[in-house]
Design a protein around this ligand. Structure first.
Ligand code: MTE
Ligand code: MO
Length: 325
């Protein structure tokens, strides 16, 4: 389909950053061609029906992960229906096509999983995700989420504040930054293999970073679940970071290593395209991306276009980190 582009995130023009979730897309496309009277079942081609069935199976095996909702983190809107973000993913280890990620990420083994915490801490150690799930106080928080490509969603995440992990390893006073690293598994993640047609070599594994002050913020959530069950692989199972006042790419998935450092770490997108993706990367309607405006966003569930909020609406929680004296 013409609008079902096959280009990379940073090649999008302003017009193309509008999200088009896969099967809503097709219905609209067919409706536009005058086939709108057909039922949803009638629209599905054999291949599409098989794909939908496989998609449903990816949810059936997910263990429940329930936690009391923390009412301090609520959003006026209802959460985005789960099947929409579940097949509209940025996870470049697997694909640059958002609608292909859920299927490819199924190949990633995520149980058991260990996370090493190292660097400037008094008690470096490796945690088992199962141990964290047993011993840490989990909560559910509904957060707004805003990708730099100008699409947005609302998701109920399950996890615990990142600060609670820091408390267990005791940061040293020299620690100024936190560096996060995703797995490196070229056997299961096709784009971690050398890319014959790709113009530049990408700095795998994916890395991200925060300042210590940001990492200590109550908003920074180490996340293990969404929508009441463990994270589906396409969302970064079994452990990812959610920092809702920053653009989506700071929300690093499938973390294997966390290091405290005294200098600002290199990050994936900042290394690849420093003019377009900064280290701080706070959501800000007044700071356009070099190739498109950030003044508005499109909700991938409701399809509503609405103004972008400074710090994605979280100024009360983190605004003081960025206020100039
Ligand atoms: N390891 C890794 N983490 C990543 C990415 C990625 O490509 N690899 N993409 C980021 C981007 S650009 C976004 S918008 C979010 C998307 O998260 P979602 O697919 O769970 O909605 O994940 C972020 N975390
Ligand atoms: Mo993103």
């Amino acid at each position: 389909m013409a609008h079902h582009h096959r280009r990379r995130g940073w090649e999008l023009s302003a017009r193309e950053v509008t999200p088009e979730p896969l099967f809503l897309d097709r219905r609209r496309f067919l409706a536009a061609m005058g086939l709108g009277v057909l039922t949803a079942a009638g629209l599905a081609s054999g291949a599409e029906a098989a794909s939908l069935a496989t998609f449903k199976q990816t949810f059936e095996g997910l263990k429940a992960l329930k936690a009391a909702r923390n009412p301090r983190f609520a959003v006026a809107q209802a959460p985005t229906p789960e099947h929409i973000p579940a097949q509209y993913n940025n996870f470049y280890e697997f694909s640059t096509d958002k609608d292909d990620v859920w299927e490819l990420a199924a190949a990633l083994p995520t149980d058991p999983w260990r996370v090493e915490v190292a660097g400037l801490v008094a008690r470096p150690r490796t945690f088992d995700v199962d141990e964290l799930l047993r011993n840490m106080a989990l909560e559910e928080r509904i957060y707004r989420f805003r990708c730099v490509e100008a699409w947005a969603m609302v998701v109920p995440w399950v996890g615990f504040p990142f600060k609670a992990l820091l408390d267990r390893v005791q940061p040293l006073s020299g620690a100024k930054y936190v560096r996060f690293t995703t797995f490196m598994e070229p056997k299961v993640a096709p784009r971690q293999r050398p890319q014959r047609w790709f113009p530049v070599s990408e700095p795998w594994p994916y890395t991200e970073g925060l300042t210590m002050a940001e990492a200590m913020s109550e908003l920074a959530l180490l996340t293990f679940g969404s929508y009441g069950h463990i994270l589906p692989k396409q969302h970064g199972a079994p452990i990812r970071l959610i920092v809702p006042w920053k653009y989506g790419y700071k929300n690093i998935k499938s973390i294997v290593k966390i290091e405290l450092t005294d200098r600002q770490p290199a990050t994936f997108w900042n290394t690849l395209a420093p003019d377009e993706y900064g280290f701080e990367s706070n959501v800000d309607p007044a700071v356009p991306h070099p190739r498109w405006s950030q003044a508005f966003e499109r909700d991938i569930g409701t399809r509503e276009r609405r103004p972008t909020l400074y710090l994605n609406g979280y100024e009360a929680q983190v605004g003081q980190l960025y206020r100039k004296a």
